[in-house]
Design a protein around this ligand. Structure first.
Ligand code: ADP
Ligand code: MG
Length: 350
């Protein structure tokens, strides 16, 4: 078991791409940690640098109490599951799972015993003699997982391991992976571009943009209190409302009304222009007048299943509010919107 610490990690590729930019991060021992960010932000490069498949331009990788920056992958005690699984096509499932143990010079009976045991735990017992081409995507994904588990590493590195599965299988695999990680309690760094996956799985999440980390926090923190508009935009299944406002007296003038925010970076100067952020889930909608509420007309209603996203035009601004599907207002009607106290955030950047 081990924690993972990255100190001022920078990776520049030839051609001047800075995939990692003086990045600091500590992942605790036994933690399920998600690295979340858009395509191209440096997630794979970060994992490969931890694994030792990529040498950093500068900075340090520490695993447990060791500085492993200069060590080859085999000496780092990590196991990586790649996005495309990287199974050996000419080997059976058994030999694929046992391969890292062969590299570690375990005897044949020892490694096949261990591979069979791990394979059986992951529901692969009947498939041990097949080759990868004869397996479904979900089964291949389990073989890749089993290969990682069989090594008994101190750290798992998962690079979007669920992204090649279809939606239903992905949900099943998600639950399975979470249970497996709980059971083994191995420090896990899980890369994904899917915010729902990160929120569902992780103890903590780092949100990345262009080689840097924009916020680290629990799912509750990054969802409820995004530190900046990048994170606000990236997290959540419905986009956060981000509305232009002006600081005035005790509140912020926005969309023809005034809101009292619970600030992250408290605005100081009246007249200062800010961005007001509030999630649609935290805006309650009334079809009768409410004191102090913002008011406007229903412009669009989107059905999202059990809830509907209602977009309201209020003094030129568009504001989203989610309502239970059986409580939808009439399109074009006047409604009143009250953001929940404590859920209104203020950002300075645009
Ligand atoms: P992600 O996994 O988040 O999609 P990557 O780590 O793959 O992002 O890539 C980060 C950036 O580094 C991208 O701009 C990508 O084009 C660049 N990059 C990745 N690998 C290489 C490489 N071997 N050579 C040059 N540029 C690379
Ligand atoms: Mg990637």
């Amino acid at each position: 078991m081990a924690d993972v610490e990255l100190r001022a990690l920078t990776k520049e590729f030839p051609g001047g791409v800075r995939a990692l930019d003086t990045l600091d991060l500590t992942v605790a021992d036994g933690e399920f940690f998600a690295l979340l960010g858009p395509s191209g932000c440096g997630k794979t490069t970060l994992l490969r640098t931890i694994a030792g498949l990529e040498a950093p331009t500068s900075g340090q990788v520490r695993i447990g109490d060791r500085d492993v920056t200069g060590l080859v992958p085999g000496a780092r005690d990590v196991a990586m599951v790649f996005q495309d699984y990287a199974l050996f096509p000419h080997m059976t499932v058994l030999d694929n799972i046992a391969y890292p143990l062969k590299i570690k010079r375990q005897s044949r009976p020892e490694r096949s015993g261990r591979a069979r045991g791990v394979g059986a735990n992951l529901g692969l017992a009947a498939l041990m003699d097949r080759r990868p081409a004869a397996l479904s995507g979900g089964q291949q994904q389990r073989v890749a997982l089993a290969r990682a588990v069989a090594c008994h590493p101190s750290v798992f590195l998962f690079d979007e391991p669920l992204s090649n599965l279809d939606a239903r299988l992905r949900l099943e695999a998600r639950t399975f992976l979470k249970r497996l990680q709980r059971e083994l309690a191995v420090t896990t760094i899980f890369v994904t571009h899917d915010q729902a996956e990160a929120l569902a799985l992780a103890d903590r999440i780092a949100v990345m943009e262009a080689g840097r980390i924009r916020q680290v926090g629990t799912p509750r923190e990054v969802f409820g209190r995004p530190a900046n508009t990048f994170v606000a935009n990236f997290i959540g299944s419905t986009p956060m409302n981000l509305l232009p406002g002006v600081v005035s007296g005790g509140g912020v003038a926005v969309a023809g009304g005034t809101l009292t925010p619970s600030t992250i970076t408290p605005p100081t100067a009246p007249g200062e222009r800010v961005i007001v952020g509030v999630r649609p889930e935290y805006v309650s909608l009334s079809t009768t007048p409410v004191d102090g509420a913002l008011t406007g007309e229903v412009s669009i209603i989107e059905h999202l299943g059990a809830v509907s996203l209602v977009t309201v035009e209020a003094d030129g601004a568009l504001i989203g509010a989610t309502v239970p599907e059986d409580r939808e207002p009439v399109p074009g009607s006047r409604v009143w919107l009250s953001p929940a106290p404590g859920r209104v955030l203020i950002y300075r950047e645009s």
